[in-house]
Design a protein around this ligand. Structure first.
Ligand code: NAD
Length: 278
């Protein structure tokens, strides 16, 4: 598996396995077991997904050595704060049955419940996360859904620059300003909903390019993500698709086709994190 090197010198597998809406219990357990069996080594979950326990079991039962795996989870919107972040992290680690976590992200920059004080709340949560790095409990820390102004605010007090920003990116969803910002700071850009949550599968441009390269729409979307230097997190609970979403390394998109995919319209864009109602 190809890797990216983060701004802290550590590496991260360049493809992750998404688990949002993969139901706790057999569904997510079987999906993660399958993913690990066929070669994924990077699993993306979140406290909010409610499936950390089943994922922890799948990781343990896989028998794969801990150091070969890369596990990410996220701090939910009810735990922005110093003590809260420490407690939320401890619970996630326990559910995942791990001794340390590879990557811990602040899930949203500006939750509805703390909209009047998100700056201080993020700074406090980040300080807790920095301490957990110093204690060896977390290898890397990052953020998710952060726009430029959220980043600038965090960097006023941070001693560790986020290693990762996980944002919505797919053909037709290209958040230019924050992408440029992260590239400039060598922050790895993870792409959530890299398959456009299903919307790309009937898009004429994607269908034509899938035909041209003799691949599926999902594979072309993932090849585009890599061509941009993004780290896509495709999600599936279907065995054949889990395998399919690993098999795109051989696609060499032309510059022209990359531009055509970037310019796609008609796909749902990213939410504004300052306006979401959660
Ligand atoms: P996605 O773009 O990965 O699309 C998943 C959908 O596409 C599923 O419904 C699946 O049935 C379908 N699919 C998957 N592979 C396919 C294939 N080969 N052919 C046809 N259909 C296929 O969407 P997602 O799950 O929203 O995003 C991926 C991951 O990103 C999540 O699981 C989660 O880990 C992460 N995520 C993070 C955030 C965040 O706020 N940080 C938000 C959403 C998702």
């Amino acid at each position: 598996m190809k890797t990216y090197t983060m701004n802290n010198g550590l590496t991260i597998p360049a493809l992750g396995f998404g688990t949002y809406l993969s139901k706790d219990g057999d569904e997510v357990y079987n999906a993660v077991r399958k993913a690990l069996e066929v070669g994924y080594r990077h699993i993306d979950t979140a406290a909010f997904y409610g499936n950390e326990e089943s994922i922890g079991r799948a990781i343990k039962d896989s028998g794969i050595a801990r150091e070969e795996l890369y596990i990410t989870t996220k701090l939910w919107n009810d735990a922005h704060g110093y003590e809260e972040a420490k407690a939320a992290f401890a619970l996630s680690l326990e559910k995942l049955q791990l001794d340390y976590l590879d990557l811990y992200l602040i899930h949203w920059p500006n939750p509805a419940g703390i909209r009047d004080r998100w700056q201080a709340a993020n700074a406090d949560a980040w300080r807790a996360m920095e301490e957990l790095v110093a204690e060896g409990k977390i290898r890397s820390i990052g953020v998710s859904n952060f726009m430029v102004h959220h980043m600038d605010e965090l960097l006023k007090t941070a001693t560790i620059v986020p290693a990762v920003n996980q944002i919505r990116l797919a053909p037709g969803v290209y958040q230019e300003e924050i992408v440029a910002y992260c590239r400039e700071k060598n922050i790895v850009i993870e792409a959530w909903s890299p398959l456009g949550r299903g919307e790309l599968f009937t898009h004429p441009t994607m269908l034509a390019l899938a035909e041209k390269y003799g691949k599926t729409v999902a594979q072309v979307a993932l090849a585009w993500s890599w061509a941009q230097g993004f780290l896509p997190l495709p999600k599936s609970v279907t065995d054949s698709r889990i395998v399919e979403n690993l098999d795109f390394e051989d696609i060499a998109l032309s510059e022209e086709d990359i531009a055509a995919i970037t310019a796609i319209t008609g796909v749902t864009g990213a939410y504004n994190p300052d306006e979401v109602n959660f």
